[in-house]
Design a binder for this molecule. Sequence first.
Ligand code: C5J
Length: 225
Amino acid sequence: MKTIAATPFDYLFDLEHAALVVIDMQRDFVEEGGFGAALGNDVLRLQAIIPTLQQLLAAWRTAGALVIHTRECHRPDLADCPPAKRLRGTPALRIGDAGPMGRLLVAGEPGADIIEALSPMTGEWVIDKPGKGAFHATGLHERLQARGITHLIFTGVTTEVCVQSSMREANDRGYECLVVEDATESYFPEFKAATLSMLTAQGAIIGWSAPSRLLIDSLKPASAS
Ligand code: C5J
């Protein structure tokens, strides 16, 4: 059993029943010319977490536990992208429109790919999701149950949209969840701070948070018990 001195109190997990979830580290959110930039956001803010995620992934992979990557993307005919999602705001380009990295947030287009620096490795799960949450219309819960996973450790972007939605969905389904503070990011620093506070408030009402350093330290063989 591993123990992390998390907020608001210790988080306990064992590697056999835990997965590291990397939410939507796709070119469309992190690079110029993608969906995030089309909404007027500064994508450089999100790029700042890439080295931390690389270190965390390396430690988690060495420990031999499950890694799950998600990609927010839609079918080419957009049948899984309702107007309630597509017709929001006044972006330069909408979901499904053609941009410099192909059609925005459409499966199979270059922009929907996970960035090269965080490429999934063989055996890792890649979940394509049409919603903000990783559980909506993906079958993820059933796969996790079949594998015996009870603990989910969340990273990725953006903190207050897809990371938060996924963590709330997971908690409703009974998973013990932790978000890694410096391995998640938002285009809006105030939204990130508020999200971390609200997820962990009221005695971890949705779950825990901790810096990557504590998680990486817990994965070192010396801390095994
Ligand atoms: C958004 C996400 N922000 N991955 N998606 O639309 O957070």
